[in-house]
Design a protein around this ligand. Sequence first.
Ligand SMILES: [Zn+2]
Length: 309
Amino acid sequence: MFPLELNAEENDKKEDIDKEKMALYKKTEALTNISWFYLAAIDQYEKHSQKETASDDLISITIPEINWFGIGNPSKDKTSAWISMFNGFGQDGNGDGTADPTDDEDILYSMASFIERQGKTRQDIKIALWKYYQRELTVQTIMNIAKVYQTFNTITLEDNDFPLPLNMNFSYKNTWGDARGFGGRRIHEGTDIFANYGVPVKSTTYGVVEIKGWNRYGGWRIGIRDVQNRYHYYAHLNGYQEGIEVGDVVKPGDVIGSVGATGYGPPGTSGKFPPHLHYGMYKDNGYSEWSFDPYPSLKRWERNARNSK
Ligand SMILES: [Zn+2]
């Protein structure tokens, strides 16, 4: 483990912003009894989904105006009494008498109040998120981010690790987009890291195990969703680290399995190609998921890991 991709100055700035955000999450928790890590997870999810947020906004949650002011509300009058007449979403969090859809405190408080009306348990929060987002993957991702934040008791989780131990023999090159024969016309969505059978495979990020099991192409594979709403796919494993299950929280460097050559057939098929880790990265924008080239990240993580030795 080692500090990230930002330079020292950017890193300090991000830590200051994280502290400021954390103070606002905790304040809103005190007012609404909704745990800070759920609010932080919603905020983080929206930051990394489709919406563009102005850089000076501390909080990335965007609530559509129609919801904020209420359906049928003829005016954009921000007094909370007026908004509540139209069952608007907007609430006054900072006590200035207005519910302002561009004010960070009002936005966060409004979201927390919406959840609070459903209840405070984990299940209540899931239901409230479902009502608001109406998308299973979004709800699951927010709940998983919350779990990671709760586990480490912080939102500053920027470290990464290279997926294989540096003292082992391995090699990889950029094969993004290469043609693949098995299973019809496909392109290669990932990087193959060739190594011997049994070499440990580590999580590259903080996250939660989302998928574990057999897949026709990937063999024994594991999928981890990180706190930036990226999905990391580790395929062709020889086996899994003992005890690792769907829903487990992981951190960079945690061993999740070992290199193998499984896949390209029914469960248990192995040895149809040389042993390697297939590593893929996917991004979700709140509507759909797409893969992107993990090679630059792998190169960076490998370099950082070597420098930190
Ligand atoms: Zn591959």
